[in-house]
Design a protein around this ligand. Structure first.
Ligand SMILES: CC(C)=CC(=O)SCCNC(=O)CCNC(=O)[C@H](O)C(C)(C)COP(=O)(O)OP(=O)(O)OC[C@H]1O[C@@H](n2cnc3c(N)ncnc32)[C@H](O)[C@@H]1OP(=O)(O)O
Length: 258
């Protein structure tokens, strides 16, 4: 597959999606969004892939939705096309883990895209923000909901209402990103992490993701029951036997994803 705005690479069980609109700081136009969705669907369907990484350039993960493309649109057109509804649905359907590897600007839709991923690893030079308020709009790819859940209401309101940027250190302290890596080594570091995840037992990886996401969507009692039942169900897999026997026998497990 070849794309206009994205580079797709598959190696060692990892699908690497690189946003590639250097002249527009990877602004998310409709072509890029639709190519991104195609890549995600392709990687989900590919049995050789166990984890997905989304990245941009050293200057910008993505500087937001494409303002030039949006500027002339009317209420009727964005409602009719359900602008960004397709991206939200695509991420909801991805069962494989997706890691955002963020260097440079992750603003507006760029920050929202990173938050659609399962976790975010930031380069030291990363800058996050939701500046939509300065354009007379608000976030539209989940920013008000996901940022608030990740960093709490007070800081999320600060970001939404001022449109200011936060650096990588503040983002890690706030819980938006899981770790910070040196800018020049960030992508290699994330790919190492993704390769390790891709080598794990796929049923347990899928179910760990599902159970962790439940924590944001249900009551504690329901979530605990869901987790316990899923945990029990994994004892029906060959990989549970392999994983535990390998530990006892002091060797590396060979998972078969069943
Ligand atoms: C509404 C929803 C749902 C979501 C949104 O995301 S709205 C957009 C939110 N993002 C922003 O408001 C950020 C806009 N960009 C900037 O403020 C700056 O570009 C910057 C601070 C990220 C970087 O500034 P810098 O001076 O280093 O670079 P520029 O010369 O400004 O940019 C280079 C090149 O990229 C084009 N660009 C940047 N961001 C966007 C964007 N979001 N949409 C379209 N194009 C963008 C910029 O115009 C310039 O291209 P030209 O020189 O050809 O104009």
């Amino acid at each position: 597959m070849s794309f206009e705005t994205i580079l797709l690479d598959k190696q060692d069980g990892v699908g690497l999606i690189t946003l590639n609109r250097p002249d527009a700081l990877n602004a998310l136009n409709s072509v890029l969004v639709s190519e991104l969705i195609s890549c995600l669907n392709d990687l989900q369907a590919d049995d050789d892939i166990g984890a997905i990484v989304i990245t941009g350039s050293e200057k910008a993960f993505a500087a937001g939705a494409d303002i030039k493309e949006m500027a002339g649109k009317t209420y009727a057109t964005v409602l009719e096309e359900d602008m960004f509804g397709n991206a939200t649905k695509a991420f909801r359907d991805i069962r494989k883990p997706v890691i955002a590897a963020v260097a440079g600007y992750a603003l507006g839709g760029g920050c929202e895209l990173a938050m659609c991923c399962d976790f975010i690893i930031a380069a030291q030079n990363a800058k996050f923000g939701q500046p939509e308020i300065k354009l007379g709009v608000i976030p539209g790819i989940g920013g008000t909901q996901r940022l608030t859940r990740l960093i709490g209401k007070s800081k999320a309101m600060d970001m939404m209402l001022t449109g200011r940027m936060m650096d990588a250190v503040e983002a890690e302290r706030s819980g938006l990103v899981s770790r910070i890596l040196p800018t020049e080594d960030m992508l290699d570091g994330v790919l190492d992490i993704a390769r390790d995840i891709a080598a794990l037992s796929r049923p347990s990886v899928y179910l760990a993701k599902e159970a962790t996401n439940r924590a944001l969507e249900t009551t504690l009692e329901e979530g605990l029951l869901f987790e316990r039942r899923v945990f029990h169900s994994l004892f029906a897999t060959e990989d549970q036997k392999e994983g535990m026997n390998a530990f006892v026998e002091k060797r590396q497990p060979q998972f078969k994803n069943r």
